[in-house]
Design a protein around this ligand. Structure first.
Ligand code: ADP
Length: 271
C-alpha cells in the first residue's frame, strides 16, 4: 500500500516538475518578447491574504511566523495584472520560507516614493517588501541571483529550485513599470522589495465573481444528523472526501465499491 510519505514524495516531485515546466515556458515567452500584461480590476487585500493563507501551513510546519502588513493608505481595489503580481509574490514568499529556518517572514505593502504617479490617471506606485530572518545572501551574489538559472551558495546547497524564479519575477515587475531589488545581511536575513505600477479603482469596478468567497468551517448548531456514504475506488480520493466531510461535521462512512458498501462500510480510522 502507498504510504502517506510516498504520496508526499510523489506530490512534491509532481509539483516540482510542473513548476519547472512553467518556469521554462515563461522564460521562453520572455525571450521571444511575447510577454504581455493581462490587466483587470481586483481586490489587492484579498490577493495578499489568499497568498498568506497559501503559505500558512508551510510556515507553521517550519515553526516560522508569517506577518502581513498593509500601510493604511494602500487602496484595496486596483487595476493591474493580478496574475503576474501573484506569481512574483509567491516566488518571493516561497524563497523566504525556503531559506529561513527560524524567526519570521513578513510581507509589507506600502506606497513607494512618489506614490501617486499621475493624479489624472490615478496611477500609483505600490511596494511589496518580503523580509525574512534566514541565511541571507552574500553581497557579491545580490545581482547574480536575478540571472536565469543562477543560484547563490545557499540555493545550490538546497539541491532544488531552478534559479529561474527571480529572473522571471524581475521581468514581470519591469513590465509592470517597476522592479525588484534585494538587500541582505549574511546569516541574518534578506529583504526583496518589488515595486509595480497600478491604477486605483473603486469597489464597484471589481466583478462580483472575484469578491471574497466564504469558506465552509462547519455545520450550524442543532442540525439533524446527516449520514453520508462515500463510494470511491481510488484510496486517495476516498480519504480526501472523508477528511473534508468529517471536518465539517457530517457522519461519514466510506467504501471502495458498491459491493463492499452493502456489507461493510469503513470508518476513516479503519484504513
Ligand atoms: P530558486 O529558488 O529556484 O533557486 P530563484 O531565482 O527564485 O530560484 O532564486 C535564486 C537564488 O537566490 C536561490 O537559489 C538562492 O540562492 C537565492 N535566494 C533567493 N531568495 C532568497 C532568500 N530569501 N534568502 C536567501 N537566498 C535567497
Amino acid at each position: 500500500m502507498v504510504s502517506n510519505e510516498h504520496l508526499d514524495v510523489i506530490s512534491r516531485s509532481g509539483e516540482h516538475l510542473l513548476a519547472l515546466i512553467n518556469d521554462v515556458l515563461e522564460m521562453s515567452k520572455i525571450e521571444a518578447g511575447q510577454l504581455t500584461l493581462k490587466e483587470s480590476y481586483f481586490d489587492l487585500y484579498r490577493l495578499i491574504y489568499s497568498i498568506q493563507e497559501m503559505f500558512a501551513l508551510k510556515a507553521s510546519d517550519k515553526g516560522l511566523k508569517i506577518i502581513t502588513e498593509f500601510s493604511p493608505e494602500v487602496n484595496q481595489y486596483v487595476y493591474g495584472d493580478e496574475g503576474k503580481l501573484r506569481q512574483i509574490l509567491i516566488n518571493l514568499l516561497g524563497n523566504a520560507i525556503k531559506f529561513t529556518v527560524a524567526g519570521h517572514v513578513a510581507l509589507r505593502v506600502a506606497y513607494g516614493d512618489y506614490a501617486l504617479l499621475s493624479k489624472e490617471s490615478g496611477k500609483i506606485n505600490v511596494e511589496f517588501a518580503v523580509e525574512d530572518t534566514g541565511q541571507g545572501i552574500a553581497s557579491e551574489d545580490l545581482e547574480l541571483i536575478f540571472e536565469a538559472f543562477a543560484q547563490a551558495k545557499g540555493g545550490r546547497q538546497f539541491m532544488q529550485g531552478t534559479g529561474l524564479g527571480l529572473a522571471i519575477s524581475r521581468q514581470f515587475a519591469r513590465l509592470m513599470g517597476g522592479d525588484i531589488r534585494a538587500q541582505s545581511i549574511l546569516a541574518q536575513g534578506a529583504t526583496f522589495t518589488c515595486s509595480v505600477q497600478m491604477t486605483v479603482a473603486e469597489k464597484v469596478d471589481v466583478l462580483p465573481s472575484t469578491q471574497v468567497t466564504k469558506r465552509v468551517i462547519g455545520l450550524e448548531p442543532d442540525q439533524p444528523r446527516y449520514r453520508i456514504l462515500i463510494v470511491e475506488d481510488v484510496l486517495e480520493n476516498r480519504q480526501l472526501m472523508l477528511k473534508l466531510l468529517e471536518s465539517v461535521g457530517f457522519e461519514v462512512c466510506a467504501a471502495e465499491n458498491g459491493l463492499k458498501s452493502k456489507f461493510k462500510s469503513q470508518k476513516f480510522s479503519d484504513f
